[in-house]
Ligand binder design. Sequence first.
Ligand code: ATP
Ligand code: MG
Length: 262
Amino acid sequence: MILVKLGGSVITDKSKPFTERRDVIKRLAEEIHSSMKDSRYNLIVGNGGGSYPHIPANKYQVHKGLKDANNFKGVALVQDAAARLNRLIVSALIDTNENVVSIQPSASILAKSSKIIEWNLKIIQEMLNLNLIPVVYGDVIIDIKQGYSIVSTEEIFFYLANNLDVKRIIIGSDVDGVIDKRLASEKKVDVITPSDRKWITSSISGAETIDVTGGMKTKVELLLTLAEEKGIESEILNATKPGLLELALKGKKGAGTIIRPN
Ligand SMILES: Nc1ncnc2c1ncn2[C@@H]1O[C@H](COP(=O)(O)OP(=O)(O)OP(=O)(O)O)[C@@H](O)[C@H]1O
Ligand SMILES: [Mg+2]
């Protein structure tokens, strides 16, 4: 099974509130569909929030929990924004003839300090058994420590990879991979393994745009942990470049940064 993320930085313009990129969403849905033509495989799609939920999440500081009554409005707005963007992804995939089903994380996940502690995956497993494609997304989640928190698509993938039989994770972003900021050339790193953890995480800032869940840094940290503890290989690639996602889904490696066990 593959987990694929359509990054919020790709499917929306993160510098402008509520601006989805419909042409890009359509292209990525078609790339996913084409990758299935020759041989079908189990797939879970996740979409990032981009300029939909990140905007109200940041305005009401929802990721920090329920500090005052104002945050409750943020919960409602984030939940709505995240679901609305997810429906656009779901519609685009249905238009390609893929049988996808939206999974609303806020209805079934329980978190503690932004980490998922409970999620019954039986339903998702049954959907996969029926050859349906679940589409998950970063969402605002009930948190037993702080009331509510924001759980990113990466955090959701982390839980799925720890509890289902996941072979590969592909993260579509708006950069060519993880950039080594120590170099003036700012070239992407080809391969990262757990022994690189120290220098790589200090070389990554969060996101340059608004991102309440830690941007590239959290992505790399979670994927390194999955490589180390579960032996799962991931790749972060540039999904704004047409065709790269499709090739990766078909098994081609190396267009972006590969994160794998030592
Ligand atoms: N060393 C680095 N290499 C690559 N990207 C980096 C680095 N440091 C910071 N970044 C930033 O991380 C961003 C990608 O993370 P971000 O979370 O914003 O995207 P996303 O996951 O597609 O969005 P979303 O969370 O909405 O799904 C890049 O656009 C870049 O600005
Ligand atoms: Mg992000």
